[in-house]
Write a protein that binds this ligand. Structure first.
Ligand SMILES: NC(=O)c1ccc[n+]([C@@H]2O[C@H](COP(=O)([O-])OP(=O)(O)OC[C@H]3O[C@@H](n4cnc5c(N)ncnc54)[C@H](OP(=O)(O)O)[C@@H]3O)[C@@H](O)[C@H]2O)c1
Ligand SMILES: [Zn+2]
Ligand SMILES: [Zn+2]
Length: 369
């Protein structure tokens, strides 16, 4: 590991020791991801340094790499994506009490927040106006932007590092850090329990975790998919029923009947077709974040006092709760493990809804770069 001090491009207050890490980055919205070297800070007193073992591929990585969210969070290049990180602790700072070298550890979508605002005090760091996302966000330590988990290591404040239950397989545990918490959190918020009829739209990375959680929470689960070949998988994952969403007759059978629908679709689609399936006071929560705005028919909402909302990831305490829930119920993501060299191919397959049901990068493959 090469250590050096960088003082030229950051204010003197930030002068600190750093080291070089291997990573994969995109250098523009149209370039393929490729091997690179990045700078990470040495662990300061509150920091945990983690050797990354697996990192899931979230569709958000693809949106971000291709600058599809330019209106909300434009991409700064080079961009090192990845926010579904599990690994092993290699070093800890002097004030770290939560972890020691050798421990398993995980990092999700956030690496910091201001810790003082009402949202942080309520344990809802995902709403902190000053949070730091794991990649493509201003890096308070080094300047520039944060770099994510498509890398051999990462250094994160202990308050944003999660514990991984020992019984979970690591490749399948990585996606819990985004796909898991993003589906668990709104289900807890909207009271998904036994006796509720719950719909999951889009059987991808988020959707398949939504099915597992809704089933584990005891709900009657209906999967809506555009891919007829996923029907058997949906049932195996815990769905009670599967509807091919492009079949209007099948959809009509479920009109006015859902308590809650989670929409995890990554592309443009007719959201009104799903709002119309909600019963009185039912809620549809969007977790999918398509590039373009969705058209909402006012009548679909107002006729039965239905509501439409969104939900971003989840707070640190709830993420730990979700991981512990997964430990107790032995829930992990169904993954296709790939070497990092296949990441560009994986992105193309994501666009074709061809993933069962999350790519998880085996970061040992980065050693050969
Ligand atoms: N809210 C948050 O905090 C948060 C966190 C993570 C991700 N996200 C967003 O959530 C979305 C899903 O992410 P993901 O990683 O689960 O993606 P994914 O694995 O690619 O899954 C998306 C699924 O959406 C369905 N789909 C794709 N194109 C469609 C189309 N044109 N019409 C209808 N359905 C379509 C497909 O399911 P079927 O084959 O079953 O139809 C596909 O498998 C992305 O936009 C991502 O950025 C949001
Ligand atoms: Zn994500
Ligand atoms: Zn805050």
């Amino acid at each position: 590991m090469v250590r050096f001090a960088m003082s030229e491009c950051v204010p003197s207050v930030y002068i600190r020791q750093m080291y070089k890490a291997k990573a994969y980055s995109a250098t523009s919205a149209t370039s393929r991801l490729a091997s690179t070297t990045i700078t990470r800070r040495d662990a300061t007193e509150q920091d945990v340094q983690i050797e990354i073992l697996y990192c899931g591929i979230c569709h958000s990585d693809l949106h971000q790499v291709r600058n599809e969210w330019s209106g909300v969070m434009p991409t700064v290049y080079p961009c090192v994506p990845g926010h579904e990180i599990v690994g092993r602790v290699t070093r800890v700072g002097s004030a770290v009490s939560k972890f020691k070298p050798g421990d398993l550890a995980a990092v999700g979508c956030m690496v910091d927040s201001d810790r003082t605002c009402p949202e942080c005090k309520a344990g809802l760091e995902q709403f902190c106006p000053n949070f730091t996302l794991t990649y493509n966000f201003p890096d308070k330590h080094l300047g520039g932007v944060t770099y994510g988990g498509y890398s051999d290591s990462i250094v994160v404040d202990q308050r944003f590092v999660l514990r991984v239950p020992a019984n979970l397989k690591l490749a399948g545990a990585a996606p819990l850090l985004c796909a898991g918490i993003t589906t668990y959190s709104p289900m807890r918020h909207w009271g998904v329990t036994k006796g509720k009829k719950v719909g999951i739209v889009g059987l991808g990375g988020l959707g398949h975790m939504g099915v597992k959680f809704a089933h584990a929470l005891g709900a009657h689960v209906v999967v809506f998919t555009t891919s007829p070949n996923k029907k058997d998988d949906a049932l195996r994952l815990g769905a009670d029923e599967v509807v091919i969403s492009r079949n209007a007759d099948e959809m009509q059978k479920h009109a006015d009947s859902f308590d809650f629908i989670l929409d995890a679709v990554s592309a443009d689609h007719d959201i009104n077709a799903f709002i119309n399936l909600l019963r009185r006071d039912g809620n549809l929560t969007l977790v999918g974040a398509p590039e373009k705005p969705l058209a909402v028919a006012a009548f679909a909402l107002l006729m039965r006092r239905r509501s439409l909302s969104g939900s971003p990831i989840g707070g640190i305490a709830e993420t730990q709760e979700m991981l512990d829930f997964c430990g107790q119920h032995n829930v992990t993501s169904d993954v296709e493990v790939i070497p990092i060299q296949k990441v560009n191919e994986a992105y193309e397959r994501l666009l074709k809804a061809d993933v069962k049901y999350r790519f998880s990068i085996d970061m040992a493959s980065l050693k050969s770069e």
